[in-house]
Design a protein around this ligand. Structure first.
Ligand SMILES: N[C@@H](CCC(=O)N[C@@H](CS)C(=O)NCC(=O)O)C(=O)O
Length: 221
């Protein structure tokens, strides 16, 4: 059985999860694969303790064990899962379509998950009085100015970034998760608002929903 290592913690306002590890959980769910979640203490990740670095040289999550294979980085893991467990396929059939999916997936990672989302997401893990509301607003403003207009255009005539659900949509499931907790209003971007709801309504989202307890999201089968 695949083991996925991640950071998750329950708060009164919901279960908070690593955005990158949530990407991997979504793909495990979309593929219907049996897996078990192993929670790594956030302090062990921040301090880069030896047992974390032994699995991920940068001391980050996610990493997975699949039998003898240990693999890190959500994008690499998800490509591996799609190759090793081809059904249902999560990349388009044609070469240009696959390239476009990977480009959009990379945009989700670099343009959203690494750039603006941490400004919003990190403070939610701290007590309310310690949250940097200015940094959070800067993150939201970054989304409004740079990300949401682009995404709204890409979704003008399609339900998912590559028409049907693909690896390109996976980072945006993590965006849907963060904005569900944050409550940021995205209604000015009609296509994005509908898209985020569409992602939240997929069965795979249950595994990363803030409304799902840690006990109820510890794996499948
Ligand atoms: N490119 C990596 C990024 C992983 C990453 O930054 N994970 C965060 C949690 S969402 C982490 O472990 N942060 C701890 C740190 O950067 O020290 C991936 O996609 O898996």
């Amino acid at each position: 059985m695949i083991i996925v290592y991640t950071m998750e913690r329950e708060y009164p306002y919901g279960t908070l999860r690593s955005t990158n590890a949530s990407k991997t959980k979504v793909v495990l769910e979309e593929k219907g694969l049996p897996y078990r979640v192993e929670r790594v203490r956030p302090g062990d990740v921040w301090k880069k303790v030896p047992h974390v670095v032994a699995k991920h040289p940068l001391g980050k999550v996610p990493y997975i064990d699949d039998g003898e294979l240990t693999l890190f980085d959500s994008t690499v893991i998800n490509e591996y899962l799609n190759d090793a467990y081809p059904e249902p396929p999560l990349l388009p059939d044609d070469v240009p379509g696959r390239a476009r999916a990977r480009a959009l997936e990379n945009y989700g990672d670099e343009g959203v998950l690494m750039r603006f989302l941490p400004m919003i997401w990190m403070p939610w893990w701290s007590p309310e009085e310690q949250r940097d509301e200015q940094a959070m607003e800067k993150g939201r403003q970054g989304l409004r100015e740079h990300v949401l207009p682009f995404l709204d255009g890409e979704l003008a005539d399609r339900d998912y970034l590559c028409d049907t659900f693909s690896l390109a949509d996976v980072p945006f499931a993590a965006l849907a998760m963060v904005l569900q907790v944050d409550g940021m209003d995205v209604s000015a971007f009609t296509n994005v608002a509908r898209y985020l709801d569409r992602l939240r309504n997929r069965p795979s989202y249950t595994a990363i929903s803030p409304e799902t307890s840690m006990e109820d999201s510890a794996g499948r089968g």
